[in-house]
Design a protein around this ligand. Structure first.
Ligand code: GAL
Length: 842
């Protein structure tokens, strides 16, 4: 059925094309453009051979849809060899009427890692990058009108390739396959090859590259207009044309078949693209012939915004913004890189709305168009960079890296969210000759953005505009980050591009002490960064756990460095980020770092417990008795708008009211109890012991008295547990409530961010999070039971049909199967209880 959809397009296109040929009587060919997605109907084989590129090859292939992963990978503990292949994808199509009058361009937006394109058995192009798109002009290799073609792409995903990021070790899996969209563009012989929009402060400058196969005609004109973008969440009043302008193009301006046409126009009333209000516009560019006929058209979405780094920080539209971001790998369990549009967009939404970020670094390679498109739409700043990990290869390898810079900048320079180009290999050594080249390419193609280059080296050679530095100096008791002057003497801008990560790997199923420490470490660095006026902010390592090579990770091929797990379930640290954001963006956040179960802690001493919230205040109750109201001002993280708040009172006034402790001794007794809860009996600091002895000597309290009070109010080993409740308030109303008490019942909740699925350019897919929660909705971190999964109707399961919860959480994927209608995911827990997630497939 997918091929049929293609043929419809082909037929429709063919008719329009024939009509347009009538224009020939005017002495030109008017081509109606068409974009034909080729994501369906591919035949796949994991082993390439030249004969498989031929039309008459009749061997076995698997039929696949793109995005495609060459291997469905297990959750963990698998070697990377399973996705290292020299594969072939092939499909056929007919040369439709009139196509050869124009140009037929094939674009592959992403194939990991080295692609060789064959048309009818002939090798026509090689692209040596798994993370940038490439376009090949197929026209001259196609069969005559009406004839069948076989398009084949050899995709080499072996890590022995001599191209970035390969050559030494790499801390992430690199997967394999054609994993981003593929399409044909049917265009005229004379066409718009590229449009670059530079827009800030109410004016727009454009550079349009027009290419002509053959002699360029006289009387051409480039006509442009700026209009609100279609369908974007933030556009100015629709229907408004903000500006219209045109430039004549002389045939003599073509050199080597190309002409660069520049124009500039005022755009009074343009709304700015900003993180809080990401207004988007479209620049419509028409190439108009001597008779007024439209020969080609391009539509580019862009935003009006200015960016600047200096020694005092980062400025967006002249306003200082402290960057608060995380690094993102574009991978998921089972499917590797092969996720369609909706999942890429969902990741951007998670970063902005669930983690409250204003920035993401696409470590360590350019990520897909759909992800960056969504970042444009929601106002999430993007630091993108060339592929690579610490290693710099030989001259040929460096040439490829320089080409990667060119492709990255050309492909992403119209995206307002992209605010800096990473033009060094992540964490590589200085190499001035090489990096002079990468900087020069980026600067020559884009004068509107600075370059950066991520390094862990202090005082390293700075050819870039911003010193972008991975600061792993924080290890717990020390400062959260280094002062700029200890890293570089430059007066240019400075940004921290990684912190934490391997300094404190943390699993969802780690003990509470570690999970709390992980969250607090992120808070500590965020707090330190917020205090530094010479630093633009930072991106922590990292958003999501990820599969990695044997040389890294926890021995199971996973780096547990995320503030979310691989299925995008939050760890405690996720709430630290989310709570920095206003509730209007990330919702009302309330989490408490402890389950309050004393048995989880050595000696029953719970240690420090924090409230994580973006609320105005949080009221704490024990067994429904009010204890204390906390606000952000109570947080020890002074530089954060909503730092985690230390709970320093479990008693309130109760020891006076209920136990007869005299008011005058109230504070002293309470502080002894708090010290016991924090340190436990055996680790009490000497100072506290001395204080206790003094109180004893004065007859205020004694060990037995303290033991009883402790048992009643804090940790009752041998007594009955208590119920803790936390209500968060905003604008005087309760907005969230968290109750901590021992688990009485547990059930598995399947949670899906999107249940309306749609087949557009290809299949759709949904990520489903599975969480074991108690009667109060608290995730049960030590529930590791198995659940089984099956689908019904219009969706099919991706990945295993039985999974175990990890840290009380897991996930799975469903994808559309080509049909429309209802589909269900049925989740059966270990007791046999079933729950369902219902999907509508349009
Ligand atoms: C950095 C590196 C990242 C990741 C991280 C783990 O050195 O750039 O890719 O490996 O360490 O903390």
């Amino acid at each position: 059925m997918h091929c049929a959809a293609d043929s419809d397009l082909f037929r429709k296109f063919g008719r329009r094309f024939r009509r347009s040929l009538l224009c020939r009587k005017f002495g030109f060919t008017l081509v109606v453009m068409a974009k034909i997605f080729l994501n369906d109907g591919w035949q796949y084989s994991p082993s390439f051979s030249a004969e498989k590129t031929m039309m008459d090859y009749a061997g076995d292939f698997e039929t696949v849809r793109i995005p495609h992963a060459v291997a469905v990978t297990p959750f963990n503990s698998f070697p990377t060899e399973i996705y290292q292949k020299n594969s072939i994808y092939r499909r056929t199509f007919r040369t439709e009427s009139g196509w050869k009058e124009g140009r037929v361009l094939l674009t592959v937006e992403g194939a990991a890692h080295c692609s060789e394109v064959f048309v009818n058995g002939r090798s026509v192009a090689l692209h040596e990058c798994g993370y940038t798109a490439f376009t090949v002009d197929l026209t001259d290799f196609l069969a005559d009108e009406g004839g069948e073609n076989v398009l084949a792409i050899r995709v080499d995903s072996r890590e022995s390739l001599n191209q970035p990021p390969f050559g030494f070790v790499v801390d992430y899996m690199t997967y394999g396959g054609i994993y981003r969209d593929v399409y044909l563009d049917i265009r005229g012989k004379i066409r718009i090859d590229d449009v670059f929009v530079m827009a800030a402060d109410g004016s727009v400058s454009t550079e349009v590259t027009v290419v002509a196969s053959g002699a360029a005609p006289d009387g051409l004109c480039v006509r442009q207009k700026v209009v609100p973008a279609d369908g974007a969440p933030m556009t100015a009043s629709s229907g408004t044309v903000l500006a219209e302008f045109a430039v004549g193009v002389d045939a003599s301006s073509f050199s080597g078949g190309k002409s660069l046409v520049k124009s500039r126009s005022e755009c009074a009333g343009a709304e700015k693209w900003d993180v809080d209000s990401p207004f988007l516009y479209t620049l419509v560019t028409e190439l108009v012939g001597a008779f007024g006929e439209i020969l080609d058209e391009s539509r580019v979405r862009f935003g009006f915004r200015s960016i600047r780094f200096d020694e005092t920080g980062f400025y967006l539209n002249g306003r200082k913004i402290r960057l608060r971001g995380l690094n993102r790998h574009q991978s998921w369990p089972y499917i590797g890189y092969a996720a369609p549009k909706s999942m890429q967009r969902e990741d951007a939404d998670i970063l902005k709305y669930e983690l409250g970020l204003n920035e993401v670094r696409t470590s360590h390679y350019p990520q897909g168009r759909h992800f960056v498109d969504r970042c444009d739409e929601i106002g999430l700043l993007v630091f993108t960079e060339i592929p690579g990990w610490q290693h710099i290869g030989d001259e040929k390898w460096k040439d490829v890296a320089v080409e990667n810079v060119r492709d990255m900048v050309l492909q992403y320079r119209n995206h307002p969210s992209v605010f800096i180009w990473g033009v060094r290999i992540n964490e590589s050594q200085d190499d001035d000759e090489f990096y002079a080249r990468t900087n020069a390419v980026a600067h020559s193609l884009d004068s509107t953005r600075p370059t950066g280059g991520v390094r862990f080296l202090k005082h390293s050679s700075l050819l870039e505009d911003v010193y972008t530095f991975n600061d792993f100096s924080f290890h717990g008791p020390n400062d959260g980050c280094l002062p700029k002057k200890r890293v570089t003497d430059t007066r240019k801008g400075f940004m921290v591009t990684e912190y934490n990560g391997h300094m404190f790997p943390t699993k969802t199923f780690d003990c509470e002490r570690l999970r709390t420490e992980h969250a607090l470490r992120h808070a500590k660095v965020l707090d330190a960064l917020a205090a530094r006026d010479d630093c633009a902010g930072g991106s922590g390592w990292c958003a999501f756990d990820y599969n990695t090579h044997k040389d890294f990770g926890s021995g199971d091929y996973i780096c547990y460095h995320g503030v979310m797990d691989m299925f995008r379930n939050p760890k405690m640290a996720a709430f630290v980020y989310a709570s920095q954001q206003d509730a209007s963006v990330s919702g009302d956040i309330l989490d408490v770092t402890s389950s309050m179960d004393i048995g989880e802690h050595p000696g029953g001493a719970r240690g420090d417990v924090f409230i994580i919230t973006n609320a105005d205040s949080v009221r704490m109750y024990v067994n429904d008795i009010f204890i204390k109201e906390y606000t952000a001002a109570d947080s020890p993280f002074r530089n954060l708008p909503h730092g985690p708040i230390l709970i320093d009172d479990y008693i309130g006034h109760r020891i006076v009211d209920e136990d007869g402790v005299p008011e005058r001794n109230f504070a002293a007794v309470k502080s002894m109890l708090f010290a016991l809860q924090k340190y436990g009996v055996n680790r009490l600091p000497l100072k506290v012991i001395m204080k206790g002895l003094l109180l004893w000597a004065r007859g205020v309290t004694n060990p037995e008295h303290l033991r009883k009070l402790y048992g009643k109010y804090i940790g009752n080993w041998g007594g009955e547990s208590v119920v803790y409740r936390f209500d968060s308030y905003r604008g005087g109303k309760i907005v969230r409530s968290v109750t901590r008490e021992p688990m009485r019942s547990v059930s598995v909740k399947a949670f899906c961010r999107r249940t309306a699925l749609r087949e557009e350019e290809t299949y759709d897919m949904a990520q489903v999070c599975l969480r074991a929660v108690d009667q109060n909705g608290n995730v049960q971190p030590f529930c590791q039971e198995a659940v089984t999964l099956r689908t019904e109707g219009a969706v099919e399961l991706v990945g295993p049909s039985a999974v175990s919860l990890k840290g009380g959480m897991a996930g799975t994927y469903v994808r559309t199967a080509g049909g429309k209608g209802r589909g269900s995911l049925v989740v059966k827990d270990w007791t046999g209880t079933e729950s369902r997630v219902e999907f509508d497939v349009e």
